[in-house]
Design a protein around this ligand. Structure first.
Ligand SMILES: C[S@@+](CC[C@H](N)C(=O)[O-])C[C@H]1O[C@@H](n2cnc3c(N)ncnc32)[C@H](O)[C@@H]1O
Length: 299
């Protein structure tokens, strides 16, 4: 997959949506960590993890990167990924949507999707503003990250309501390496949702676990989750920072083969892009690479 250059250059970097910036600032202030933002950024190395210190550092230093990568896929409307953008926006025009956020962490990727829709509902006059009820089912083994996710939603809730977006949050503490954990979580989710679901499966920034670890420990659960949630009008959206080789595409090909899913004539879109974005807290311009995969999940 060749890499393309974004319309967002170092001279014209992407600006993050207000809801993303302000909710990140607010939660970090509440946790008394905001003042160490610049200092922690220089240390690097946060991947997220099961423990509270890792989750906290990840929230502080990596939230905006994840949000930036995901926002590029949706907003602005005339941006870099028109096909992906169109399908995601159509999906987010449903009345009821069930988001299954896999290795959700604090939800930077998924909340960035909703924050982009929130932005479009305010700024684009012709953008549909019918009521949108979203149930988020977040799967992660970090209880701390899931509680940050819930806190962020509480911070954003009243702004979302003003534009007709209602969110219900369901946390699932699961280890993606455990077949038993995943099976139980999927069963619980399906029971709580009931009939005629429309799913958006999201996955963002999992590649920090390394490819070999993904293949050995996660591939089976991803394959299971994607198979169990294959429904009409449903999508699987996966975003990663740039990885060695075509990480997402090849991992998906392996999963698809295992599950006997037709590939790539399965409505699968991939894109690899380099872009620039402005860090709203430090005002510095950063470059980033992102890989995307969007796949229809109809059976
Ligand atoms: C880099 S973070 C990505 C978080 C989020 N999706 C985002 O957009 O930024 C990776 C997440 O994977 C979770 N994770 C790693 N190994 C896991 C496992 N074995 N089971 C469940 N979650 C895991 C971590 O707790 C962390 O929240």
């Amino acid at each position: 997959m060749g890499q393309s250059e974004s319309i967002f250059t170092d001279k014209n970097p992407m600006q993050l949506c207000d809801a993303t910036v302000e909710s990140h600032r607010e939660i970090c202030r509440k946790l008394n960590i905001f003042d160490s933002y610049e200092e922690e950024l220089t240390k690097g190395g946060a991947k997220g993890g099961e423990g509270a210190p890792e989750s906290c550092k990840h929230l502080l230093t990596r939230f905006l990167n994840s949000a930036a990568r995901t926002q590029l896929a949706i907003f602005p409307l005339d941006g870099d990924l028109p096909e992906i953008n169109e399908e995601l926006i159509a999906q987010l025009s449903a009345k009821n949507l069930y988001i299954i956020d896999i290795a959700s962490g604090h939800g930077a990727g998924t909340l960035s999707i909703i924050n982009s829709i929130h932005h479009l509902r305010i700024k684009e006059e012709s953008f549909p503003t019918d009521p949108l009820d979203i149930d988020i089912h977040a799967l992660d083994f970090s209880e701390t990250s899931l509680s940050y996710y819930e806190n962020l939603i509480e911070i954003l809730r009243s702004d979302y309501l003003k534009v007709g977006i209602t969110i219900k949050f369901h946390r699932h503490i699961v280890d993606l390496r455990s077949d038993e954990n995943i099976k139980t979580a999927v069963e619980n989710i399906k029971t709580s949702i009931g009939k005629n679901p429309q799913y958006l499966l999201t996955c963002s920034a999992i590649s920090g676990v390394k490819r070999t670890v993904f293949q050995e420990s996660f591939a089976r659960s991803y394959s299971y989750i994607v198979t169990e949630f294959r429904e009409e009008n449903s999508l699987f959206f996966w975003v990663e920072p740039q990885t060695k080789g075509d990480w997402i595409k090849e991992s998906w090909q392996e999963l698809a083969t295992e599950q006997k899913i037709e590939y790539p004539s399965d409505g699968c879109k991939t894109k690899n892009i380099r872009f620039h974005w402005s860090d709203p807290h430090t005002k510095s311009v950063l470059h980033a690479d992102a890989e995307y995969l969007l796949m229809g999940l109809a059976t």
